[in-house]
Design a protein around this ligand. Structure first.
Ligand code: UGA
Length: 450
């Protein structure tokens, strides 16, 4: 919404939320307190806020004044009830639609921005229809689907220069109105019109394909380690085939983020719902491979450290699910850290953007605490050099730029010997790893000195 405000000075954009704490952070004088850390966002908000971009909790007034409303609420996986563990919880979409039905005036275009299961537009339409019939003032609605394809960490760039914008719907006038907003900065050839169900399904499919690529390359990374093939060479070889393409082929400890897991589970649920069990099993395997990769890495760390990490000090570098974000949802660091703590390790966790509180929340364990159980513990560290002193191992979990530039030789020397460096993202050049005083393991590389 900030980027729309930035690109369309003639449009007034109001972002509303029921959470007044969140809205006050968006209105905070100090732009470092915005609720989301995203490169370039601060600058956009600074340019537009209180010019044509407003953040408010006045839901009634904002909805009644709006010509177009983007429903951009979260749709997490249901954790109980029908479809628990797979289906998306649409309660926020539904309550937003009810508020629109209640407070809107005249003609309103509703744009589904949240990632939703196919046919959600029907639910929104149904709710809006019931409002019209019981209202003495004439209200009319058009529902469109326009899913978002931005990735965290590059959100502003992705929005400014998207590969495509998707608009699904039936009402041509409404589609044109939305298209006209995007045409302010996006060439019209990149704006694709589809029917509403294709648009909803395309979003789930795009994420499923991307996640599938990560699971595929991660599966091959394990095979490389055992056969003597080198994953970077395999990636280069297959990526130069234009049909495969070179992007999104980096091996990793597993994909994280709020979207891939949720969307695949949702796709699996949809397939089962429509009786397509084999299709469901096919997509579920992408998730199973991802879980396998995370636990493969924690088991491998334990195994290399002589079969036990009890009371061993291990530095975890990176807790966010990818660099340039403070988002930790579904980050592979969570499972890997939990496994190691469960096995008695003392973790020293560093991340350039994630707070201590956030890590406590994800691990369900306070800093320094071990619940009096026979498990390990963790602490947040800011000084990597100091913490490496006498530690047993370093594990790179997120490929932050800062970590690429560390003095690996010095860090390795500080570790208690025999020590290990585990590079789960392949950020340290193999030529350098070979010269270190520690043993090393790098994802997708046949280990040479161990
Ligand atoms: C993803 C999609 O890329 C966006 O197009 C989509 O709009 C978004 O979900 C969404 O549905 O909101 P995001 O989750 O922000 O974006 O981040 P990605 O860059 O896709 O990374 C996801 C995970 O895959 C990360 O943990 C990343 O480390 C991992 N990954 C990515 C790999 O392991 N290897 C790769 O080659 C690429």
């Amino acid at each position: 919404m900030s980027v729309i405000a930035d690109k369309c000075p003639n449009i007034k954009v109001t972002v509303i939320d029921i959470d007044d704490k969140k809205i006050s952070s968006w209105n905070d004088e100090d732009l470092r307190n915005l609720p989301i850390f995203e490169p370039g966002l601060k600058e956009v908000v600074e340019r537009c806020r209180n010019e044509n971009l407003f953040f408010s909790t006045d839901i009634k007034k904002s909805i009644s004044e709006a010509d177009m409303i983007f429903i951009s609420v979260n749709t997490p996986t249901k954790n109980k009830g029908l479809g628990a563990g797979y289906a998306s919880d649409l309660k926020w979409v539904e309550s937003s639609a009810r508020q629109v039905a209640e407070f809107s005036q005249g003609h309103t275009i509703i744009v589904e921005k949240s990632t939703v299961p196919v046919k959600t537009a029907e639910l929104i339409q149904e709710i809006l229809k019931s409002s019209r019939s019981s209202d003495e003032f004439k209200k009319t609605f058009s529902v469109l689907s326009s899913p978002e394809f931005l990735a965290e960490g590059t959100a502003i760039k992705d929005l400014e220069n998207p590969d495509r914008v998707l608009i699904g719907g039936e009402d041509q006038d409404a589609m044109e109105s939305l298209s006209n907003i995007y045409k302010n900065w996006i060439p019209k050839e990149k704006i694709l019109n589809t029917n509403i169900w294709s648009s909803e399904l395309s979003k789930l499919t795009a994420n499923a394909f991307l996640a599938q690529r990560v699971s595929s390359i991660n599966a091959i990374s394990a095979l490389c380690e055992t056969t003597g093939a080198e994953i970077s060479e395999v990636v280069k070889a297959i990526g130069s085939d234009k049909r495969i393409g070179s992007k999104f082929l980096s091996p990793s400890p597993g994909f994280g983020g709020s979207c891939f897991k949720k969307d695949i589970l949702n796709l699996v649920y949809l397939c089962r719902y429509y009786g397509l069990n084999d299709v469901a099993n096919y997509w579920e395997q992408v998730m199973l491979m991802n879980n396998w990769q995370k636990h493969r890495i924690s088991s491998l760390i334990i195994q290399k450290l002589f079969g036990t990490v009890s009371n061993k000090k291990i530095l975890i570098l990176g807790f966010s699910f990818k660099p340039d974000t403070n988002d930790t949802r579904e980050s592979p660091a969570i499972e890997i850290s939990k496994d190691l703590i469960e096995n008695g390790a003392e973790l020293l966790i560093n991340d350039p953007a994630v707070s201590k509180m956030q890590i406590e929340m994800e691990l369900g364990l306070k800093e320094f605490e071990n619940n009096n159980r026979n498990i390990g513990k963790w602490q947040f560290i800011a000084d990597i050099d100091k913490s490496a002193n006498n530690a047993d191992a370093i594990v790179v979990v997120t490929e932050w730029e800062d970590y690429k530039n560390l003095n690996w030789r010095k860090l390795s020397d500080l570790l208690r010997k025999p020590s290990w460096i585990f590079d789960t993202r392949g950020i340290i050049p193999i030529s350098m790893l070979k010269e270190l005083s520690s043993y090393y393991w790098q994802i997708g590389s046949p280990s040479i000195n161990n």
